[in-house]
Write a protein that binds this ligand. Structure first.
Ligand SMILES: Cc1cc2nc3c(=O)[nH]c(=O)nc-3n(C[C@H](O)[C@H](O)[C@H](O)COP(=O)(O)O)c2cc1C
Length: 323
């Protein structure tokens, strides 16, 4: 069987390459005039353990090429999951990339960025032609490992790493129960169980302060959106199964926690203070709930829950959908 040599369609070739998932790095150096230079690169890879070597490739069209050819020293920063903004900045051609950045100096005076997951200070050992790119192989002189979850790049988009469970999720023993909407695998059960456990310390705290769930709910709406009209508050309350009645408003106003004026409700200073304290309890309950998740996993969990909320809130008033 013969095969014709086909010049790959650039778009399709790029898409195919994009199915290889990589981390994201920023590679830095200093140019002949002493200016800090850097760019985002995902072509990084390990080459050798002994001697320790890494490689990456740089487009020949890059404004940074002359600096990396001139300076034998460079530093590779493997970006952490929360460094997407700096990745975007260093991917902008000709941008003022180092303004306002905290820097240290490494081998050969190259700029070292903070907050990354790992950092390698290198000396260029070899340089190769690689089509429209120049390949740099660096000998690693020093490295730092900060053990933060990494930023990921796949199919032209950033991603987060989610580790697979050590063993596959257990298959429910009772298949009939698994089919039923009351199984422990049911999303509603999982969300409900997670919510009621997460909410327990918050409930304990507002009960200790003599507040009912209805009262807490009204105060927390006002804590998020100051000075809301009564009809919007009523809609938000009913969405969560609560009712906004005269008695509820009068009770909280009588205790000096909220004021009513011109068809609107807002927190008083002591209402705001109470809510700040309750939000602190809520924040601590949230970090306890996330204690077994790393940064990427908790970001992913929130993103997925937002998607579930979006897909289950179709047809609801816009006020509820945007919350
Ligand atoms: C995730 C990501 C990975 C990239 N990887 C590389 C790479 O490996 N090599 C490269 O030359 N450009 C890469 N780029 C593009 C450069 O960051 C971009 O062209 C930058 O503007 C170059 O800056 P400069 O022209 O100021 O040197 C990447 C961009 C992104 C967003």
């Amino acid at each position: 069987m013969s095969q014709a040599a086909v010049k790959p369609d650039t778009r399709q070739f790029r898409d195919a390459l994009g199915s290889f998932t990589t981390g994201v790095t920023i590679v830095t150096t200093v140019d002949a005039e002493g200016r800090d230079i850097g760019l985002t690169a995902n072509s990084f890879n390990s080459v050798s353990l002994d001697p320790p070597m890494v490689l990456w490739s740089l487009a020949k069209t890059s404004l940074s090429l002359a600096a990396f050819v001139h300076n034998p020293h460079f530093a590779v920063h493997i970006l952490a999951a929360d460094q997407r903004a700096i990745s975007d900045l260093f991917a902008k051609r000709g941008a003022d990339k180092f303004a306002g950045t905290t820097l240290a100096r490494g081998e050969g005076g190259v700029p070292l960025l903070e907050g990354c997951s790992a950092r390698f200070q290198c000396r260029t050992a070899f340089r190769y032609e690689g089509g429209d790119h120049e390949i740099f192989v660096g000998e690693v002189m020093r490295f730092d490992h900060f053990d933060k979850p990494p930023l990921v790049f796949h199919s032209g988009k950033y991603g987060l790493v989610v580790k697979q469970a050590a063993s596959p999720a257990p298959v429910p023993v009772d298949e009939a129960a698994a089919e039923s909407s009351f199984s422990r695998d049911f999303l509603g059960y999982l969300l409900g169980a997670a919510y009621s456990q997460l909410f327990k310390p918050i409930r304990d705290e507002f009960s200790r302060r003599g507040l009912s769930e209805n009262e807490y709910y009204l105060l927390s709406i006002l804590g998020v959106d100051e000075d809301l009209p009564l009809d919007e508050i009523g809609t938000l309350m009913s969405f969560a199964g609560h009712t906004l009645g005269e008695e509820l408003i009068a009770g909280l106003a009588g205790r000096g926690l909220l004021v009513r004026g011109d068809g609107r409700l807002s927190l008083t200073d002591s209402g705001r203070r109470a809510m700040i304290e309750l939000f602190a309890v809520a924040k601590s309950a949230e970090s306890d709930a996330e204690s077994e998740l790393d940064y990427s996993e908790s970001q992913l969990l929130k993103q997925l829950l937002r998607r579930v909320i979006r897909s289950t809130s179709r047809g609801l008033p816009p006020l509820l959908r945007k919350r």
